[in-house]
Design a protein around this ligand. Structure first.
Ligand SMILES: [Zn+2]
Length: 100
């Protein structure tokens, strides 16, 4: 099931609960979604499906408040912030190039 459709890739949830990325820009195919992309895709999908709210990760102790959105997760409706919509980021975490 597609959870997030980006400009360059789509994040899918498999029946097993794993989240995978399908690259449509570089035709590199399937790869496991990074921890950041998993969080971002779940957050984005939860905006349309309330049942997913229970699956969202809690803020880890090492996280810091996102200085772009000041902790709101939003930058301008309906866009979510580059922090994935959580309002916090994990210092040093690889957020990749993004998928749009
Ligand atoms: Zn943010």
């Amino acid at each position: 099931m597609p959870l997030y459709l980006g400009w360059t890739a789509v994040v899918f949830a498999r029946e097993s609960g794993e989240l995978w990325l399908y690259d449509i820009e570089w035709s590199t195919g399937w790869s496991p979604a990074s921890p950041f992309l998993r969080r971002m895709a779940l957050r984005r999908a939860s905006l349309a499906c309330d049942e997913l709210e229970a699956t969202l990760p809690q803020r880890p102790d090492e996280a810091v408040t996102c200085d772009v959105c000041s902790g709101t997760g939003r930058i301008k409706e309906p866009l979510i912030c580059g922090c994935g919509g959580y309002g916090w980021v994990i210092p040093g975490e690889d957020r990749g190039m993004g998928i749009g």
